[in-house]
Design a protein around this ligand. Structure first.
Ligand code: PMV
Length: 347
């Protein structure tokens, strides 16, 4: 590890990710440790690009700019992140940073950018402290990203990423994500995610608040057990190629995530009527066509449709003819599954 000097700079893009088995709830009294293991796919076409430049030496400080504009509303979360990682990157104590970020997806789409954003920032920090390294220390990148936003630690890998200890995944850890080892069945190569934008507004309850409501939740213990079991089953499914079983777990996970929100105290809803209308339309379409299209949700009203690329024409016809009516301003965004952070050089 070196102390980067004034003027040193690093720029990375990092994909977002969508969980197949959800992280919802943290271990009480610990820092960003998940209550159950989770697994995700990265979304290579929904990404954040971030440049970090060492502006000055002296005391720690930073300025944050999103799409060329200062964003004071992001500063508290970033302050907390830097406090948490300072002891792992002690050189930060005596530098001030300029952080310039941009997302390649539009604002106000209700798509969480924190995973891609914290992922890209962690890449830049590890790159700055190890400028001569041939490749980044991905374990450290994931470890740091986790301290900014839990799900961000899973954005570093093009294969499915597992975060949280599980006997089903060798080397898995609560502290960082690992890439699923070994071969994945060809039934699960070349998938896509089409995110249907149901509600582009701010969420009524943030993820941070949502996680904390699990600490006093009547069904938390059962949920954590089911999630761990679902993770083990899904890992086998990804190896063996049973798409019908994949769909059952992925859709059940999405509905369980929202069921936990709806049964928290206080309870709340992030689904909208159009979220449900889309889910029912997907089930009807699948029953009528036999096409393996499934949905998942993150902590919001938008619906992620997952399907194999080779079915794209059929799926997009269905989206255009039946689902656009449920999307805010008819909007949706598609991404390939997979993808990892990329270093951006100016040449
Ligand atoms: O990383 P956070 O704290 O924003 O939590 C995200 C949780 C979900 O997106 C709902 C699920 C997951 O595993 O990504």
């Amino acid at each position: 590890m070196v102390n980067p000097s004034v003027g040193a700079t690093s720029q990375w893009s990092c994909p977002s990710n969508i969980a197949l088995v959800k992280y919802w709830g943290k271990k009480i009294g610990e820092q960003q440790i998940p209550a159950n293991p989770s697994i995700s796919w990265s979304l290579s076409d929904l990404k954040t690009t971030t440049r970090v430049t060492i502006k000055d030496s002296g005391n720690f400080g930073f300025e944050f700019v999103l799409d060329g504009k200062a964003k004071p509303s992001f500063e508290p979360k970033l302050h907390e992140f830097f406090q948490r990682i300072m002891s792992y990157c002690p050189w930060l104590e005596s530098v001030s940073l300029r952080i310039e970020s941009s997302n390649n997806f539009p604002h106000g789409t209700g798509i969480a950018s924190s995973a891609a954003g914290l992922g890209a920032l962690a890449c830049c920090l590890v790159d700055l402290e190890t400028p001569m390294a041939e490749s980044l220390d991905w374990q450290k990148v994931s470890f740091l990203a986790r301290l900014g936003s839990g799900s961000a630690c899973r954005s570093m890998f093009s294969k499915p990423a597992v975060w949280g200890e599980s006997t089903a995944v060798e080397g898995s850890s609560d502290l960082y994500a690992v890439e699923m080892q070994g071969s994945i069945h060809s039934s699960f190569s070349n998938w896509e995610d089409c995110v249907l934008i149901v509600d582009a507004g701010e969420k009524v309850v943030s993820s941070t608040q949502g996680h904390s409501l699990l600490s006093n939740h009547p069904y938390a213990a059962a949920r954590f057990e089911v999630a761990s079991a679902n993770l083990s089953t899904l890992v086998s499914i990804l190896r063996e190629g049973n798409v019908a079983e994949f769909i059952k777990i992925v859709e059940s996970e999405a509905l369980q995530l929202h069921a936990m929100m709806q049964t928290s105290i206080p309870y709340y809803l992030l689904m909208r009527p159009n979220t449900l209308a889309i889910i029912e339309a997907v089930w009807k379409f699948r029953a009528e066509t036999g096409l393996p299209l499934c949905f998942t949700l993150d902590a919001g009203a938008n619906v992620h449709l997952l399907y194999k690329c080779e079915k794209k024409v059929d799926v997009m016809n269905f989206v255009e003819s039946h689902l656009l009516t449920y999307c805010e301003s008819g909007r949706y965004l598609c991404s390939s599954i997979g993808g990892a952070p990329i270093r951006i050089t100016n040449e």
